[in-house]
Design a protein around this ligand. Structure first.
Ligand SMILES: Nc1ncnc2c1ncn2[C@@H]1O[C@H](COP(=O)(O)OP(=O)(O)OP(=O)(O)O)[C@@H](O)[C@H]1O
Length: 543
């Protein structure tokens, strides 16, 4: 056979190849026939056939059976167990690292699918043999009414005018019964025919009934997919179902706050997703606006409010519409720490907090030495306060995107290089940065994986009191030789509001810097948490 190999080609392939040689009179090009012939003779295809035949011949025997089919759960348990250990041996560290590798997880996931025989085709249900073809099948479903809502919504079908099940909430009473599905037609409720009634009429019947509720339903043709999606998102807006005029059923809504992580269990409906709040004990999902719906709302709101006159330069940063961000848990890796980024208005106290953190453990917490094009002053050492480089060199490096942030002050350039941040991270230290807020977008990359803490000022009154009591030095004054003026305090509050407006969807945490000791202890707790706990990050960072 081809290539003179002694391999036993599959008879089916050989037959195909022979008929291909006889098919030269078919209306196809030489190129097409050549392609097919090459494909049928290719080693890869034959190897695939070989594997297929082996699987088929082994599949029928009971020789192999899985020891377990939930290895991914075991991995999660082991990671959780390891993370809680105060000290890890080298072996544990290696295991911890290996178990997080996407390839290992992919392999175990495939193993579980095979072990659970997830690949078997799902056959349609066979109708009961005695059913008359013309007669509609009905099912009688009985649910016991409790304080818990039914977990399903109804609507009038536009085409038929009949009452149908519009939605079944994941984990709700209707869903758990396994008997009620989207599209089922409601014929009777508690022996009352609902033909010609409105969804509101049916709702009244339900509200007025007690104990067991009996539904007579005509099943929908196809069953809705019962599988839960695994998607988790972080919400970037507050939502309150009671004040949403468009939600199809207010009682079925799920309220959430900006920053909450939601488990999206169903995206079947283009406008209304079903979700649970991560960590909630309530298994019943609730309705939330889909990304598409929320984006439309935001665009509409913006066209209503934006008069264009007070739009500021960095408003383009808001062009991106923040609704939901897909997130996943990132497990800390021993020896490789996420940089901690302090963001806030000039003068709010970021340097003070950074200084205190470094003072606690200067070997652990490090900040990169900035670069500058300004001439070295007497007594200064290159690489200590700054790396001194020429303006041309710095401009070239800025052009080549080597700086994570840069700016000009009094005719000289200043900046932090990406390389110096990487060097600290790779040396096993915790890198602390307090860049200008516009650098956030450049910093928030899957490579750096920063943990972003927003340093927020307290109210104007508390800001003034705490700073004046501490004889705080104004950072607006070049020599730091005086306190803050009232105007500068106002500026801190104003810039902070602007930073929040533009970037709050990037913040992992907010620390209010009122009492310095309290703010610092909150920062320290956050720094420890980043080192030890699995935390939610953009899903793309863990893929
Ligand atoms: N919570 C606080 N209570 C009292 N004083 C504070 C507090 N936080 C910071 N300060 C003081 O305020 C002054 C300015 O703080 P700091 O230098 O940290 O500001 P900054 O945010 O780094 O400003 P810039 O970004 O402009 O450099 C310092 O004198 C600092 O000690």
């Amino acid at each position: 056979m081809a290539n003179g190999t002694k391999e036993k080609w599959d008879p089916a392939l050989t037959r195909l190849l022979t008929s291909l040689q006889q098919a030269s009179n078919l209306p196809s090009t030489d190129e097409e026939l050549g392609f097919l012939s090459d494909l049928l003779q290719s080693k890869e295809l034959h190897a695939l056939f070989h594997v297929h035949n082996k699987v088929i011949s082994n599949g029928s025997s009971d020789k192999f059976f899985p020891i377990l089919s939930t290895s991914m759960d075991v991995v999660a348990d082991v990671l959780e167990e390891l993370i809680n250990r105060p000290h890890m041996s080298e072996d544990c560290k290696e295991l911890f690292y290996l178990l997080q590798k996407p390839h290992v997880q992919g392999l175990l996931c495939a193993h579980d699918s095979v072990a659970q025989k997830d690949y078997y085709p799902h056959l349609p249900e066979i109708p009961p043999p005695e059913a008359d073809e013309d007669e509609e099948t009905v099912k009688i479903v009985q649910l016991v009414k409790s304080n818990e809502p039914l977990g399903a919504t109804i609507k009038t079908d536009e085409a038929t005018g009949k009452i149908v099940i519009a939605r079944v909430m994941h984990g709700g009473a209707a869903d758990r019964s396994g008997l009620i599905h989207v599209g089922d037609e409601v014929v009777e409720v508690n022996n009352m025919n609902v033909e010609g009634k409105t969804p509101n009429d049916v709702l009244k019947i339900l509200q007025n009934s007690e104990g067991t509720i009996t539904f007579k339903l005509v099943p929908a043709d196809g069953k809705a997919s019962g599988r839960e999606s695994k998607v988790r998102v972080r919400a970037h807006f507050n939502y309150e179902a009671a004040t949403d005029p468009y939600i199809p059923c207010k009682e079925a809504g799920l309220d959430f706050k900006k920053g909450d992580v939601l488990h999206i269990v169903s995206q079947d409906d283009a406008y209304w997703w079903q979700a649970r709040r991560e960590g909630d004990r309530n298994m019943r999902a609730g309705l939330i606006p889909s990304r598409a719906l929320q984006e439309r709302r935001i665009i509409y709101e913006r066209t209503q409010t934006k008069d264009g006159e007070d739009a500021e330069n960095d408003d383009f940063d808001r062009e991106q519409i923040a609704t939901y961000e897909e997130v996943a848990k990132l497990y800390p890796r021993p020896g490789i720490y996420r940089p901690i980024v302090l963001i806030g208005a000039p003068g709010v106290g970021r340097n003070e907090l950074k200084r205190r953190l470094i003072d606690i453990d200067p070997e652990k917490y490090k900040t990169p030495t900035p670069y500058t094009s300004r001439p070295m002053k007497p007594g200064e050492v290159n690489g200590k306060e700054y790396f001194f480089v020429t303006r041309e060199q710095m401009e070239e490096d800025i052009e080549a995107s080597k700086f994570i942030e840069f700016g000009e002050y009094k005719g000289n350039l200043y900046g932090t290089s990406a390389e110096s941040v990487k060097a600290i991270v790779h040396a096993g230290k915790v890198c602390i940065l307090n860049p200008h807020y516009q650098a956030l977008k450049m910093l928030r990359t899957p490579q750096l994986k920063p943990y972003i803490i927003y340093i927020k000022p307290p109210s104007l009154e508390v800001l003034k009191d705490t700073r004046n009591a501490n004889h705080a030095r104004s950072t607006f004054d070049v020599n730091n030789s005086r306190g803050f003026t009232d105007e500068e305090f106002n500026d801190i509050i104003k810039s902070s509001a602007r930073i929040e407006f533009l970037y709050d969807h990037f913040f992992d945490e907010t620390v209010v810097n009122a009492d310095l000791a309290v703010a610092f202890s909150q920062l320290l707790t956050a720094a420890n948490r980043v080192e030890t706990e699995p935390l939610w990050v953009p899903a793309s960072w863990v893929q």
